[in-house]
Design a protein around this ligand. Structure first.
Ligand SMILES: Nc1nc2c(ncn2[C@@H]2O[C@H](COP(=O)(O)OP(=O)(O)OP(=O)(O)O)[C@@H](O)[C@H]2O)c(=O)[nH]1
Ligand SMILES: [Mg+2]
Length: 326
Protein backbone atom coordinates (compact mmCIF):
# COMPACT_ATOMS: atom_id res chain seq x y z
CA UNK A 1 0.00 0.00 0.00
CA UNK A 2 1.00 3.61 -0.68
CA UNK A 3 0.72 5.16 2.78
CA UNK A 4 4.06 3.94 4.13
CA UNK A 5 5.95 3.77 0.83
CA UNK A 6 9.64 4.55 1.24
CA UNK A 7 9.49 4.59 5.03
CA UNK A 8 12.32 2.79 6.86
CA UNK A 9 12.34 1.91 10.52
CA UNK A 10 15.81 1.33 11.96
CA UNK A 11 16.42 -1.41 14.50
CA UNK A 12 18.44 -0.84 17.64
CA UNK A 13 21.42 -2.60 16.08
CA UNK A 14 21.26 -0.41 12.99
CA UNK A 15 21.08 2.71 15.13
CA UNK A 16 23.99 1.47 17.22
CA UNK A 17 26.12 0.87 14.16
CA UNK A 18 25.45 4.36 12.88
CA UNK A 19 26.17 5.81 16.33
CA UNK A 20 29.56 4.06 16.37
CA UNK A 21 30.47 5.53 13.00
CA UNK A 22 29.44 9.05 13.91
CA UNK A 23 31.05 8.85 17.33
CA UNK A 24 34.32 7.84 15.77
CA UNK A 25 34.30 10.73 13.33
CA UNK A 26 33.17 13.39 15.81
CA UNK A 27 35.66 15.80 17.36
CA UNK A 28 35.82 16.76 21.00
CA UNK A 29 33.59 15.80 23.90
CA UNK A 30 30.76 18.08 22.93
CA UNK A 31 30.95 16.99 19.30
CA UNK A 32 30.68 13.33 20.29
CA UNK A 33 27.67 13.89 22.47
CA UNK A 34 26.06 15.89 19.73
CA UNK A 35 26.82 13.24 17.10
CA UNK A 36 25.23 10.47 19.16
CA UNK A 37 22.20 12.56 19.96
CA UNK A 38 21.77 13.51 16.29
CA UNK A 39 21.96 9.91 15.07
CA UNK A 40 19.39 8.74 17.60
CA UNK A 41 17.01 11.57 16.79
CA UNK A 42 17.35 11.27 13.03
CA UNK A 43 17.19 7.47 12.96
CA UNK A 44 13.99 7.43 14.99
CA UNK A 45 12.34 10.20 13.01
CA UNK A 46 10.56 7.62 10.83
CA UNK A 47 8.92 6.16 13.93
CA UNK A 48 7.31 9.52 14.63
CA UNK A 49 6.28 9.73 10.98
CA UNK A 50 4.81 6.23 11.12
CA UNK A 51 2.86 7.06 14.23
CA UNK A 52 1.21 10.04 12.56
CA UNK A 53 0.61 8.13 9.31
CA UNK A 54 -1.15 5.38 11.22
CA UNK A 55 -3.62 7.90 12.58
CA UNK A 56 -5.04 8.03 9.07
CA UNK A 57 -4.99 4.28 8.53
CA UNK A 58 -8.37 2.96 7.42
CA UNK A 59 -10.14 0.49 9.71
CA UNK A 60 -9.84 -2.22 7.04
CA UNK A 61 -6.05 -2.03 7.21
CA UNK A 62 -6.15 -1.90 10.99
CA UNK A 63 -8.15 -5.10 11.04
CA UNK A 64 -5.56 -6.75 8.80
CA UNK A 65 -2.79 -5.45 11.06
CA UNK A 66 -4.56 -6.87 14.10
CA UNK A 67 -4.55 -10.32 12.54
CA UNK A 68 -0.75 -10.33 12.63
CA UNK A 69 0.21 -7.85 15.36
CA UNK A 70 -0.77 -6.96 18.88
CA UNK A 71 -2.15 -3.43 18.86
CA UNK A 72 -1.02 -2.90 22.46
CA UNK A 73 2.56 -3.80 21.50
CA UNK A 74 2.47 -1.33 18.63
CA UNK A 75 1.27 1.43 20.94
CA UNK A 76 3.90 0.42 23.49
CA UNK A 77 6.64 0.66 20.88
CA UNK A 78 5.60 4.18 19.91
CA UNK A 79 5.48 5.22 23.54
CA UNK A 80 8.93 3.78 24.16
CA UNK A 81 10.50 5.60 21.20
CA UNK A 82 8.77 8.87 22.01
CA UNK A 83 10.07 8.69 25.55
CA UNK A 84 13.56 7.75 24.38
CA UNK A 85 13.71 10.71 22.00
CA UNK A 86 12.56 13.09 24.70
CA UNK A 87 14.98 11.73 27.29
CA UNK A 88 17.90 11.62 24.86
CA UNK A 89 17.47 15.31 24.23
CA UNK A 90 17.35 16.01 27.95
CA UNK A 91 20.46 13.90 28.61
CA UNK A 92 22.27 15.57 25.76
CA UNK A 93 21.56 18.98 27.29
CA UNK A 94 22.65 17.84 30.73
CA UNK A 95 25.88 16.14 29.65
CA UNK A 96 26.80 18.96 27.34
CA UNK A 97 26.59 21.25 30.32
CA UNK A 98 28.68 18.90 32.48
CA UNK A 99 31.27 18.50 29.75
CA UNK A 100 31.55 22.24 29.26
CA UNK A 101 31.86 22.82 32.99
CA UNK A 102 34.22 19.92 33.68
CA UNK A 103 36.35 20.39 30.59
CA UNK A 104 35.30 17.30 28.63
CA UNK A 105 36.50 14.25 30.49
CA UNK A 106 36.30 11.04 28.54
CA UNK A 107 34.42 9.18 31.28
CA UNK A 108 31.67 11.75 31.33
CA UNK A 109 31.12 11.54 27.58
CA UNK A 110 31.05 7.75 27.73
CA UNK A 111 28.54 7.83 30.53
CA UNK A 112 26.30 10.23 28.64
CA UNK A 113 26.48 8.21 25.44
CA UNK A 114 25.83 4.98 27.36
CA UNK A 115 22.74 6.41 28.98
CA UNK A 116 21.39 7.73 25.69
CA UNK A 117 21.91 4.39 24.02
CA UNK A 118 20.36 2.44 26.84
CA UNK A 119 17.16 4.44 26.37
CA UNK A 120 17.03 3.30 22.76
CA UNK A 121 17.96 -0.23 23.75
CA UNK A 122 14.83 -0.39 25.88
CA UNK A 123 12.88 -0.03 22.63
CA UNK A 124 14.80 -2.81 20.89
CA UNK A 125 11.81 -5.14 20.61
CA UNK A 126 9.43 -2.29 19.83
CA UNK A 127 11.60 -1.08 16.95
CA UNK A 128 11.66 -4.58 15.53
CA UNK A 129 7.87 -4.81 15.74
CA UNK A 130 7.50 -1.45 14.00
CA UNK A 131 9.97 -2.44 11.29
CA UNK A 132 7.99 -5.63 10.64
CA UNK A 133 4.77 -3.62 10.70
CA UNK A 134 6.03 -1.28 7.97
CA UNK A 135 7.19 -4.19 5.80
CA UNK A 136 3.80 -5.83 6.34
CA UNK A 137 1.89 -2.66 5.42
CA UNK A 138 4.06 -2.14 2.34
CA UNK A 139 3.04 -5.61 1.15
CA UNK A 140 -0.70 -4.97 1.45
CA UNK A 141 -2.74 -4.15 -1.63
CA UNK A 142 -3.63 -0.52 -2.28
CA UNK A 143 -7.37 -0.27 -1.84
CA UNK A 144 -9.15 3.06 -1.87
CA UNK A 145 -12.05 2.67 0.55
CA UNK A 146 -13.70 5.77 -0.89
CA UNK A 147 -13.98 4.35 -4.41
CA UNK A 148 -16.46 1.65 -5.57
CA UNK A 149 -15.72 -1.80 -4.20
CA UNK A 150 -17.15 -5.24 -4.86
CA UNK A 151 -15.97 -7.93 -2.44
CA UNK A 152 -16.10 -11.52 -3.66
CA UNK A 153 -16.58 -13.90 -0.74
CA UNK A 154 -17.77 -17.39 0.02
CA UNK A 155 -16.74 -20.86 1.15
CA UNK A 156 -13.42 -22.36 0.00
CA UNK A 157 -12.95 -23.58 -3.55
CA UNK A 158 -16.23 -22.17 -4.94
CA UNK A 159 -14.47 -20.15 -7.67
CA UNK A 160 -13.97 -16.70 -6.12
CA UNK A 161 -10.47 -16.18 -7.52
CA UNK A 162 -11.54 -17.54 -10.90
CA UNK A 163 -14.27 -14.89 -10.95
CA UNK A 164 -11.90 -12.08 -9.98
CA UNK A 165 -9.46 -13.22 -12.70
CA UNK A 166 -12.22 -13.17 -15.28
CA UNK A 167 -13.55 -9.70 -14.51
CA UNK A 168 -10.53 -7.69 -13.42
CA UNK A 169 -6.86 -6.94 -13.86
CA UNK A 170 -5.95 -9.16 -10.90
CA UNK A 171 -4.57 -12.59 -11.55
CA UNK A 172 -4.92 -14.44 -8.24
CA UNK A 173 -3.90 -18.05 -8.06
CA UNK A 174 -6.62 -20.57 -8.89
CA UNK A 175 -6.43 -24.23 -7.87
CA UNK A 176 -8.77 -27.09 -7.23
CA UNK A 177 -8.28 -27.28 -3.49
CA UNK A 178 -9.54 -25.24 -0.53
CA UNK A 179 -7.62 -22.28 0.93
CA UNK A 180 -5.67 -21.51 -2.21
CA UNK A 181 -6.20 -17.82 -1.51
CA UNK A 182 -4.63 -16.74 1.74
CA UNK A 183 -4.53 -12.98 1.35
CA UNK A 184 -6.92 -10.28 0.29
CA UNK A 185 -6.07 -9.07 -3.22
CA UNK A 186 -7.51 -6.40 -5.47
CA UNK A 187 -8.13 -6.13 -9.18
CA UNK A 188 -9.68 -3.31 -11.17
CA UNK A 189 -12.40 -3.16 -13.77
CA UNK A 190 -12.59 -0.03 -15.84
CA UNK A 191 -15.99 1.55 -16.48
CA UNK A 192 -14.62 4.56 -18.32
CA UNK A 193 -15.60 7.33 -15.93
CA UNK A 194 -14.63 5.27 -12.88
CA UNK A 195 -13.04 2.01 -11.85
CA UNK A 196 -14.40 -0.68 -9.61
CA UNK A 197 -12.08 -2.44 -7.20
CA UNK A 198 -12.85 -6.14 -7.17
CA UNK A 199 -11.60 -7.78 -4.00
CA UNK A 200 -10.70 -11.46 -3.84
CA UNK A 201 -10.87 -12.96 -0.35
CA UNK A 202 -9.84 -16.24 1.26
CA UNK A 203 -12.52 -18.89 1.74
CA UNK A 204 -14.72 -18.79 4.83
CA UNK A 205 -15.95 -21.63 7.03
CA UNK A 206 -19.23 -21.65 8.93
CA UNK A 207 -17.97 -20.33 12.21
CA UNK A 208 -18.07 -17.05 14.11
CA UNK A 209 -15.28 -14.47 13.89
CA UNK A 210 -13.89 -15.42 17.30
CA UNK A 211 -13.17 -18.93 16.03
CA UNK A 212 -11.72 -17.89 12.68
CA UNK A 213 -8.10 -18.59 11.81
CA UNK A 214 -5.91 -15.73 10.56
CA UNK A 215 -6.65 -16.52 6.92
CA UNK A 216 -10.41 -16.30 7.41
CA UNK A 217 -9.98 -13.15 9.49
CA UNK A 218 -8.49 -11.38 6.49
CA UNK A 219 -11.68 -12.08 4.55
CA UNK A 220 -13.71 -10.90 7.54
CA UNK A 221 -11.72 -7.64 7.60
CA UNK A 222 -12.62 -6.89 3.98
CA UNK A 223 -16.27 -7.81 4.49
CA UNK A 224 -16.64 -5.91 7.73
CA UNK A 225 -14.68 -2.77 6.98
CA UNK A 226 -14.98 -2.05 3.26
CA UNK A 227 -18.18 -0.53 2.05
CA UNK A 228 -19.63 -1.46 -1.33
CA UNK A 229 -21.34 -4.55 -2.65
CA UNK A 230 -20.65 -8.21 -1.88
CA UNK A 231 -20.87 -11.18 -4.19
CA UNK A 232 -21.42 -14.37 -2.24
CA UNK A 233 -20.43 -17.33 -4.36
CA UNK A 234 -21.86 -20.82 -4.00
CA UNK A 235 -20.67 -24.12 -5.43
CA UNK A 236 -23.74 -26.20 -6.29
CA UNK A 237 -21.84 -29.31 -7.39
CA UNK A 238 -21.54 -32.48 -5.32
CA UNK A 239 -17.77 -32.06 -5.43
CA UNK A 240 -18.04 -28.82 -3.47
CA UNK A 241 -15.89 -28.46 -0.37
CA UNK A 242 -19.02 -27.94 1.75
CA UNK A 243 -22.62 -29.10 1.53
CA UNK A 244 -25.05 -26.46 0.33
CA UNK A 245 -26.54 -26.34 3.82
CA UNK A 246 -23.16 -25.42 5.26
CA UNK A 247 -22.59 -22.91 2.49
CA UNK A 248 -25.85 -21.22 3.52
CA UNK A 249 -24.53 -20.99 7.07
CA UNK A 250 -21.43 -19.26 5.72
CA UNK A 251 -23.73 -16.86 3.86
CA UNK A 252 -25.47 -15.89 7.09
CA UNK A 253 -22.10 -15.44 8.75
CA UNK A 254 -21.12 -13.08 5.94
CA UNK A 255 -24.40 -11.22 6.37
CA UNK A 256 -23.66 -10.65 10.03
CA UNK A 257 -20.26 -9.25 9.08
CA UNK A 258 -21.47 -6.87 6.39
CA UNK A 259 -24.60 -5.53 8.07
CA UNK A 260 -26.68 -3.48 5.65
CA UNK A 261 -24.35 -3.66 2.65
CA UNK A 262 -25.91 -5.21 -0.47
CA UNK A 263 -25.16 -8.88 -1.10
CA UNK A 264 -25.75 -10.84 -4.27
CA UNK A 265 -25.60 -14.63 -4.49
CA UNK A 266 -23.77 -16.11 -7.46
CA UNK A 267 -24.35 -19.81 -8.07
CA UNK A 268 -21.14 -20.81 -9.85
CA UNK A 269 -19.96 -23.74 -12.00
CA UNK A 270 -23.22 -23.95 -13.94
CA UNK A 271 -21.29 -25.66 -16.73
CA UNK A 272 -20.65 -28.74 -14.61
CA UNK A 273 -23.59 -28.73 -12.17
CA UNK A 274 -26.35 -31.17 -13.14
CA UNK A 275 -30.03 -30.23 -13.21
CA UNK A 276 -30.71 -31.52 -9.73
CA UNK A 277 -27.77 -29.73 -8.18
CA UNK A 278 -28.59 -26.52 -9.95
CA UNK A 279 -32.28 -26.74 -9.06
CA UNK A 280 -31.48 -27.12 -5.38
CA UNK A 281 -28.93 -24.29 -5.39
CA UNK A 282 -31.35 -21.94 -7.13
CA UNK A 283 -34.09 -22.78 -4.65
CA UNK A 284 -31.71 -21.97 -1.83
CA UNK A 285 -30.57 -18.76 -3.53
CA UNK A 286 -34.13 -17.54 -3.93
CA UNK A 287 -34.82 -18.38 -0.29
CA UNK A 288 -31.84 -16.24 0.66
CA UNK A 289 -33.40 -13.35 -1.24
CA UNK A 290 -36.80 -13.93 0.36
CA UNK A 291 -35.17 -14.25 3.77
CA UNK A 292 -33.64 -10.80 3.37
CA UNK A 293 -30.05 -11.96 3.11
CA UNK A 294 -29.51 -11.23 -0.57
CA UNK A 295 -30.66 -8.45 -2.89
CA UNK A 296 -30.64 -10.84 -5.82
CA UNK A 297 -29.04 -13.96 -7.27
CA UNK A 298 -27.34 -15.06 -10.45
CA UNK A 299 -26.02 -18.19 -12.08
CA UNK A 300 -22.50 -17.94 -13.43
CA UNK A 301 -19.61 -19.74 -15.01
CA UNK A 302 -16.75 -17.86 -13.39
CA UNK A 303 -14.29 -19.48 -15.80
CA UNK A 304 -16.00 -17.65 -18.63
CA UNK A 305 -15.11 -13.97 -18.94
CA UNK A 306 -18.42 -12.95 -20.49
CA UNK A 307 -20.53 -14.83 -17.99
CA UNK A 308 -18.62 -13.38 -15.03
CA UNK A 309 -18.46 -9.84 -16.44
CA UNK A 310 -22.20 -9.76 -17.07
CA UNK A 311 -22.88 -10.28 -13.39
CA UNK A 312 -20.38 -7.75 -12.18
CA UNK A 313 -21.60 -5.17 -14.69
CA UNK A 314 -25.18 -5.72 -13.58
CA UNK A 315 -24.31 -5.29 -9.90
CA UNK A 316 -22.19 -2.22 -10.62
CA UNK A 317 -25.05 -0.68 -12.63
CA UNK A 318 -27.39 -1.25 -9.70
CA UNK A 319 -25.13 -0.26 -6.84
CA UNK A 320 -22.95 2.50 -8.24
CA UNK A 321 -25.43 4.43 -10.38
CA UNK A 322 -24.25 7.82 -9.17
CA UNK A 323 -20.73 7.14 -10.44
CA UNK A 324 -21.95 6.82 -14.01
CA UNK A 325 -23.00 10.46 -14.02
CA UNK A 326 -20.01 12.56 -14.85
N1 LIG B 1 -16.16 -26.09 -14.20
C1 LIG B 1 -15.92 -24.96 -13.57
N2 LIG B 1 -14.92 -24.92 -12.68
C2 LIG B 1 -14.71 -23.74 -12.06
C3 LIG B 1 -15.48 -22.58 -12.30
N3 LIG B 1 -15.04 -21.60 -11.52
C4 LIG B 1 -14.00 -22.11 -10.82
N4 LIG B 1 -13.80 -23.39 -11.14
C5 LIG B 1 -12.77 -24.29 -10.59
O1 LIG B 1 -12.94 -24.40 -9.20
C6 LIG B 1 -11.67 -24.58 -8.58
C7 LIG B 1 -11.49 -23.54 -7.48
O2 LIG B 1 -11.39 -22.27 -8.06
P1 LIG B 1 -10.80 -21.01 -7.28
O3 LIG B 1 -11.11 -19.82 -8.13
O4 LIG B 1 -9.40 -21.25 -6.90
O5 LIG B 1 -11.73 -21.05 -6.00
P2 LIG B 1 -11.66 -20.09 -4.72
O6 LIG B 1 -13.06 -19.90 -4.26
O7 LIG B 1 -10.89 -18.88 -5.02
O8 LIG B 1 -10.91 -21.04 -3.70
P3 LIG B 1 -10.10 -20.63 -2.34
O9 LIG B 1 -9.20 -19.49 -2.64
O10 LIG B 1 -9.35 -21.86 -2.02
O11 LIG B 1 -11.16 -20.30 -1.32
C8 LIG B 1 -10.62 -24.46 -9.68
O12 LIG B 1 -10.26 -25.75 -10.09
C9 LIG B 1 -11.37 -23.73 -10.78
O13 LIG B 1 -10.87 -24.02 -12.07
C10 LIG B 1 -16.53 -22.68 -13.27
O14 LIG B 1 -17.24 -21.73 -13.56
N5 LIG B 1 -16.69 -23.89 -13.84
MG1 LIG C 1 -9.22 -18.14 -4.15
Amino acid sequence: MELVKGLTIYTYDEILEKVRGSYGRARGAEGRLQAVRDVIVSRTESVVKLSSLLEGLHSFYWRLVEVEFDRGEIEGAFKCVRKARFMVDKLWGRYRYIVMAAGGERGVVREGVGRMLSLVKKCRRGLLILKNLVVFLQGLPSINPEEPIVVVAGPPNVGKSTFVRSVSTAKPEVANYPFTTKQVTVGHRDYGVFKVQVIDTPGLLDRPVEEMNPIERRAAAALGELRGAVIFMLDPTRDSYMSLERQVKVAWGVKSLIGGKPLYVAVNKVDVADRLELGKALRIASELVEGGLASGFYTVKALDRDSASKILDDIVAKEFTSYFKV
